[in-house]
Ligand binder design. Structure first.
Ligand code: ADP
Length: 294
């Protein structure tokens, strides 16, 4: 069972942005969600673990492999699906996978053909294997991306923002495929979509401003908020005054009127009703409110 151990990883870009600030995490097999708003530092962490960029300090180990100092060794055990899986449009799905298999060091042609056919079947693209990927939908391209990430029996699969741009049906198929990949692998899934984590991950972390601000299970995170989230429908004009008076976690339009969720230890009165917290409340509480209050 593989273990990924990240210890005090930090990275400041030349422009002064501190994208990773003492990030520490321990992740074992199964699907792990990394949730955070845009700019939180998720891609910086993913790219560092995928050996595509260097950190300033800290360490990361996949079992005994020192990721920062043995990038070649790590790559043998890595499957990586970047945010935009750039495929050359004119070639077929089978050609892409064959090419990737060559890059991963599978020299035997017959062995490659067998592997490519198996992967195409797994991601349900076998019938389309000789079609140019030009005509593929976003979801189909993502499935080619997952197929190439599975080449070489990886121990660690990194998937960066996989469902952005997919329609709900494609997203479902993609989720099922990920869930199917197996338990002997660590799948690290970075996303700003709360539902991706809720549906797929038994463990997750929330990242904000380069730091890990929560690490645990979705159930525990929700249990911590129980009895502390309150809801009220307000008018648009009142919104600012509520923002000033309460710790507003989120405001959402329901039938044209803002519905706000606030965080408060005890009953605020004032027409607020207690609500059962959800993972979205967790996300906003951890990323929007001042940390000393939660
Ligand atoms: P996320 O994936 O969570 O959206 P990123 O890791 O892409 O976050 O970005 C974290 C922060 O680092 C952001 O403020 C972003 O603007 C900045 N950043 C990302 N890449 C670079 C880079 N190559 N050079 C300078 N700043 C960068």
């Amino acid at each position: 069972m593989p273990t990924l151990k990240i210890d005090s990883l930090s990275k400041t870009y030349p422009n002064g942005v501190k994208a990773l600030d003492q990030v520490s995490l321990e992740i074992t097999n199964g699907m792990f969600g990394l949730l955070g708003p845009n700019g939180a530092g998720k891609s910086s962490l993913m790219r560092t673990l995928a050996t595509l960029q260097e950190a300033d300090s800290g360490s990361a180990f996949l079992d005994e492999i020192d990721i920062l100092n043995q990038p070649h060794e790590l790559r043998k055990h890595l499957g990586y699906l970047p945010q935009e899986f750039g495929v050359y449009n004119k070639i077929t799905a089978a050609q892409i996978l064959d090419h990737m298999a060559v890059l991963k060091g599978i020299g035997n042609k017959g062995e490659r053909k067998e592997l490519v056919d198996h992967l195409l079947q797994k991601v349900n693209l076998y019938e389309k294997r000789n079609k140019s990927v030009k005509g593929f939908s976003g979801g189909m391209k993502q499935r080619v991306g997952i197929a190439q990430a599975l080449i070489g029996k990886p121990k660690l699969i990194i998937v960066d923002e996989p469902t952005a741009g997919l329609d709900p049906g494609e997203r479902n198929r993609f989720h099922n495929l990920l869930a199917d990949v197996g338990q002997e692998v660590i799948i690290l899934l970075s996303t700003h979509i709360v539902d991706d984590v809720r549906e797929l991950c038994s463990r997750f972390a929330v990242m904000n401003l380069g730091q890990i601000v929560y690490h645990g299970s979705p159930e525990d995170a929700i249990a911590e908020l129980r009895g502390k989230v309150w809801q009220k429908q307000v008018s648009r004009e009142e919104l600012d005054s509520y923002q000033a008076k309460y710790q507003v976690i989120s405001d959402k339009m329901i039938a044209g009127k803002p519905q706000i969720h606030i965080f408060q230890e005890n009953d605020p009165g004032d027409g607020f009703q207690s609500v059962t917290p959800n993972l979205e409340d967790v996300f906003f509480t951890k990323t929007k409110l001042k940390t000393e209050t939660v």
